[in-house]
Design a protein around this ligand. Structure first.
Ligand code: ATP
Ligand code: FE2
Length: 350
């Protein structure tokens, strides 16, 4: 079975063709904001400007491997969650390709795709999933036909909170990788607010507190003329980045650990763009070791948004008969993982 999948919920426009075993081709075109964070309209304009060439390139490379585009069995696209204007561009393209190729349309939930690609590309079978990315932060696990959400952010996603703090520190977007880099230079521990309520977490207050501390310190450094200002400022930024990571990741690990205990599962899978962070991996892996659980992380190319995850989840859905008519194919910017019936996993333990 061959499925074409298109991802474009936010910053990354990416299309891939996969079969059951592997990615056959993947072509990506990334929107990079000139300043500030992601502007939904600009991102959509980027996707609209490049979707034609991305798809043409996928077909060209596919045919170079000796497979005709007519052999594609279904066309999958990211239906949500994501930025409305971006979702609509990708959905329009997917509908058009499905009409031209005369192949069924499959609407994929972006969060479920982050999970399925991880299960595909690791040895995980039935994990508790920590899904931490830009807009989303959730702890999920398969239960009775859906990916149930055990805990989630009740304000903003961990990645967006990191990006917001980084912007206030004058760092370019995306901030996550830079914060990771600075954190390595830390010299001492700073206390930041740790907010877990029940099984849910909050990241907005953490970002605000870190920004406030940074500004207070800037003023202090300016007043103290005897110090080497720039150096003192850099060390302070490193200490805050370190504290930020320790606090946010400890919150994420705590909820993941409690979901493990609650479900009785014995595997943890890390998913989403923030999962690239090596300190987060270290903390999760340690928790798993202490509990005797197995810890899985897919290759980095499958962690951030990618076309392969949509194509692969589309393949699972297509094989389970889960296809859309044109009338049913509207996008859904607020589409939740737990709204999806996981029809393709019937044989899984409950
Ligand atoms: P989603 O739609 O799934 O919520 P997304 O579309 O924003 O997510 P992802 O690629 O899944 O995209 O995640 C992007 C986020 O990952 C950004 O907020 C970025 O700062 C963060 N990130 C990337 N690398 C790192 C890292 N090394 N450490 C921490 N955060 C990181
Ligand atoms: Fe994502």
């Amino acid at each position: 079975t061959l499925v074409l999948g298109i991802e474009g919920t936010a910053w990354n426009l990416s299309a891939a063709v996969v079969d059951e075993d592997d990615v056959i081709v993947e072509v990506t075109h990334t929107y990079r904001p000139a300043s500030g964070g992601i502007h939904p309209r600009e991102a959509a304009q980027h996707h609209a400007a490049h979707i034609g060439e991305v798809i043409a390139d996928v077909f060209f490379r596919l045919e170079e491997t000796g497979i005709s585009r007519d052999e594609i069995d279904a066309v999958a696209f990211s239906r949500g969650p994501g930025l409305g204007p971006c979702l609509r561009i990708v959905a329009t393209a997917a509908r058009m390709i499905s009409q031209i190729l005369k192949k069924p349309l499959v609407g994929v939930n972006h969060c479920v795709a982050h999970i399925e690609v991880g299960v595909w590309k690791t040895d995980a079978i039935d994990p508790v999933v920590l899904y931490v990315s830009g807009a989303n932060s959730q702890v999920l696990a398969y239960q009775e036909g859906t990916y149930r959400v055990f805990g989630e952010t009740l304000d903003i996603g961990l990645g967006n909170s990191l990006d917001k703090f980084a912007r206030s520190a004058g760092l370019p977007h995306p901030g996550g990788p830079l914060i990771e880099k600075y954190a390595k230079e830390a010299t001492e521990n700073i206390e930041l607010p740790y907010t877990v309520k029940g099984m849910d977490f909050f990241f907005s207050g953490l970002s605000t507190a870190a920004t406030r501390l940074l500004q207070e310190n800037k003023i202090k450094v300016k007043q103290n003329q005897s110090q080497n200002n720039e150096e003192a400022g850099d060390v302070f930024l490193a200490n805050i980045c370190h504290a930020y990571q320790e606090t946010a990741f400890a919150m994420s690990v705590e909820v993941t650990e409690r979901a493990l205990a609650h479900t009785g599962k014995s595997e943890v899978l890390l998913a989403g763009g923030v999962g690239a962070n090596s300190r987060l991996r270290e903390m999760l892996s340690q928790m798993c070791q202490e509990r005797g659980a197995k810890f899985y992380v897919p290759e980095k190319r499958f962690m951030g948004d990618n076309g392969a995850m949509i194509a692969y989840t589309g393949l699972l859905m297509y094989k389970a008969g889960d296809i859309l008519t044109l009338e049913e194919s509207a996008v859904d910017a607020g589409f939740r993982a737990d709204q999806v019936s996981v029809t393709w996993k019937e044989k899984m333990p409950v």
